[in-house]
Design a protein around this ligand. Structure first.
Ligand code: 5GP
Length: 112
């Protein structure tokens, strides 16, 4: 079981900022920006690579939730970045699909 599954199951605490039937969003424990929220599906999907065509609606809901989080966090106008790390070279460290919502400061590009 991943750490995010334990957060979904409320076995460990998290600072939840958005929740609906299918999606949960909570603050990253090691924030890399003034706003750093993780948006995850409640249904366990390891990553984009293991998602299927049947997941299209749920994948879209993650972006809709990310937009709502950005609005609620007050960064919709200033701008923000959505990141999905996938697999080893992508830098994914938790095997439960998650969208990073990063904002509140000017972010550099490209990533290292
Ligand atoms: P990844 O590197 O897989 O794209 O991102 C995983 C993120 O999960 C990291 O930014 C990390 O700080 C965050 N994270 C890891 N464990 C926990 C935890 O127990 N609680 C919270 N809120 N975030 C976590």
């Amino acid at each position: 079981m991943t750490i995010f599954q334990k957060i979904i199951d409320k076995q460990i605490p998290a600072k939840i900022v958005y929740e609906d039937d299918e999606v949960l969003a909570f603050r990253d424990i090691m924030p890399q920006a003034p706003v750093h929220v993780l948006v995850i599906p409640k249904r366990a999907i390891v990553g984009v690579s293991s998602s299927t065509d049947d997941d299209a609606l749920l994948l879209g809901k993650l972006l809709v939730a990310a937009r709502k989080v950005a609005e609620a966090e007050g960064v919709a106008q200033s701008g923000y970045r959505l990141v999905i790390n996938n697999g080893v070279h992508g830098g994914q460290s938790v095997d439960h699909l998650h969208v990073h919502v990063l904002g509140g400061r000017a972010l550099t590009w490209p990533p290292g």
